[in-house]
Design a protein around this ligand. Structure first.
Ligand code: TRP
Length: 335
């Protein structure tokens, strides 16, 4: 009943484990901004997920705050959506513990991201890294989320979340809304690839292949000049044979709103020497107001503090309700 009366809920989050990139903007945040009018949205800075691999404390703190400033600068509006920091709502950890008791070791062992990260961090394969999808499940279920906008790489985690929710509902009766992954269409802009290695996704851990939201114009200009293309000269979309040029075209279209045909026509007969800087300039103009606004906001710590405090308050209101219900169902004495 309750579900039919309210706006549909959305939950998503990004880890403050590195700087936000053009890929985070195109693939996630831009989409989040578009959803905030139609849905009740909770957008989180998932610092508890970030510590599943070792972080420098001062940097983690700085990046979490910068991420909030950048969310705002990208157009997320605290009047329309709830912006908060995961560790500020203790219900995430509490529900995470409970749900871990309804999750099989075997299920977590099958998570591809765990297997990959365990490979990358062989010296530090923690229980937190292993149970990471359970915490993510708690994030989503606490808000009775209907839709979870994520990249393709998170689909398996959202599927696991559904399995856990269904299992819990099966034992205790309807408790959690079953969420669905909401994966942006894989056309323009959804997936921004590395500038240096266009077969791979643009990753924050690859400084040269990646454009950070806070990059200065001269850095962006340099990165696009160096972007990998191919030995032809034609500016033509062909993902198989021309991954570099195709990625640049995708970025150009996403930034300017032009269609692929329009972009190809615009650069017909012009070499990469004209094309690459033009894409760079378009990105510079897109990011300029975001960088300036985020910079300004970082100078106003009191304002940012007000935003994350209010976000935590609103998040806890919803999360607290779900958690109490769960605690009662599993047999805890009410506090
Ligand atoms: N695991 C996600 C990622 O790395 C981040 C995340 C944590 C998340 N909790 C979430 C995404 C809940 C969506 C919903 O991208």
């Amino acid at each position: 009943m309750e579900n039919q009366e309210r706006k549909k809920r959305i939950f998503s989050g990004i880890q403050p484990s590195g700087e936000l990139t053009l890929g985070s903007y195109m693939g996630a945040i831009k989409n989040w901004v578009a959803l905030q009018d139609e849905y009740e949205c909770f957008y989180c800075i998932v610092d508890m997920h970030a510590i599943t691999v070792r972080q420098n404390p001062a940097e983690l703190r700085r990046r979490a705050l910068e991420q909030l400033a950048q969310y705002l600068a990208c157009g997320l509006d605290p009047e329309k959506c709830v912006l908060f920091i995961q560790s500020h709502a203790p219900q995430h950890a509490e529900l995470g513990w409970i749900l871990g008791c309804y999750t099989q070791f075997g299920e977590l062992s099958r998570m591809t991201q765990f297997k990959q990260k365990a490979q990358q961090h062989q010296e530090n394969i923690t229980a937190g890294l292993f149970t990471y999808p359970v915490l993510m499940t708690a994030d989503i279920l606490l808000y009775q989320s209907d839709l979870v906008p994520v990249g393709e790489d998170q689909r398996q985690h959202v599927e696991l979340c559904r399995d856990i929710a269904q299992r819990f509902n099966g034992v205790y009766g309807p408790t959690f809304t079953l969420p669905e992954a909401f994966i942006p269409r894989t056309e323009q802009g959804a997936r921004v690839m590395s500038l240096g290695n266009p077969e791979n996704k643009m990753s924050k851990s690859d400084p040269d292949g990646c454009v950070y939201l806070m990059d200065k114009p001269e850095d962006i200009r340099r990165k696009f000049k160096r972007a990998v293309t191919d030995s032809e000269t034609a500016v033509r979309y062909d993902k198989e044979n021309k991954p570099g040029v195709s990625n640049l075209l995708t970025i150009y279209c996403a930034v300017t709103g032009k269609t692929m045909a329009e972009a190809e026509a615009e650069f017909a007969g012009q070499g990469y020497g004209v094309f690459k800087p033009a894409v760079g300039e378009a990105v510079i103009e897109l990011l300029r107001p975001i960088r300036e606004e985020a910079g300004r906001l970082m100078g106003d710590k009191a304002y940012l503090e007000g935003i994350y405090r209010e976000g935590a308050r609103r998040a806890q209101l919803v999360a607290g309700k779900t958690l109490s219900k769960v605690q009662r169902k599993v047999g805890f004495i009410a506090r």
